[in-house]
Design a protein around this ligand. Structure first.
Ligand code: URA
Length: 239
């Protein structure tokens, strides 16, 4: 198995993060630093990351968190801000978030130690569906909403066609609640799309990720996925 895949399967990091670890010279195989993620290893090889042996493969864990605003969705923060991991310190597995939500965004965040699953769920080719509710400034007209639906240029590229619904006009505050269903996940995509039609996001919430709905899960809480949900994810990413 390729070294990067071995590390992600072992729950050390996502496949992309594993490639970075290898590139940084932090991974040794049988005592030698290896810098190529494609290096082949077997279970008989002694693989170490930062001097620690990567051994028995952890059981896979999958949980859905209702991320509150104010938490960042990376494993460590250089500025010591609270991270989503602080909210699940009771779970023993080494989990990491699948993709990211901005610090001020709330909602559905999948956490797992299954690196291959995380890699596929964030890879553009799988076109994983994400559904957001965005409170925006001003009330967009039909033409603006159509531009969002068809695809709009952000940073020199067209966005993919998106599902856009105007859920509510909050006339009193001159705001509108939009539902956006996207199959891609560029950085700050929703905010950039709404800004591009001159209706900046005031508040953003992700209601659904890969068919997993936040439902009545309270903010800051998490739940483990059911076996059925895990099977669904496996099918979705062709594993
Ligand atoms: N799009 C954004 O702009 N922010 C998020 O957190 C998620 C999607």
């Amino acid at each position: 198995m390729r070294l990067a895949k071995y590390l992600s399967r072992a729950g050390v990091a996502s496949r992309r993060q594993a490639e970075a670890l290898i590139g940084e010279g932090r991974v040794k195989v049988d005592g030698l630093v290896v810098k190529k993620p494609q290096t082949l290893v077997t279970d008989r090889d002694r693989v170490m990351v930062d001097g620690h042996i990567v051994e028995n493969i952890e059981p896979k864990r999958y949980l859905l968190m209702h991320k509150p605003p104010g938490y960042i969705s990376t494993v460590k923060d250089t500025h010591n801000r609270p991270t989503v991991l602080d909210l699940i310190s009771c779970v023993e597995a080494r989990l990491y978030p699948v993709g990211r939500l901005d610090a001020d965004t709330s909602g559905a965040l999948l956490m797992t130690n299954d690196g291959e699953m995380a890699f596929r769920l964030t890879h553009p080719s799988y076109e994983i569906k994400k559904r957001y509710l965005a409170l925006v400034s001003g009330i967009p007209n039909r033409e603006s909403l159509d531009r969002l639906r068809k695809g709009i240029v952000i940073e020199e590229h067209y966005t993919s066609p998106a599902g856009i619904n105007l859920i509510e006009r909050v006339v009193k505050h001159n705001q509108a609640l939009l539902e956006l269903t996207l199959i891609e996940g560029k950085k700050r995509q929703v905010k950039k799309m709404c800004r591009a039609i001159n209706h900046p996001v005031v508040k953003l919430h992700r209601e659904e990720f890969a068919g997993l709905k936040i439902g009545g899960l309270p903010e800051g809480k998490h739940r483990f996925l059911s076996d059925q949900e895990v099977k669904w994810l496996y099918r979705l990413v062709k594993l």
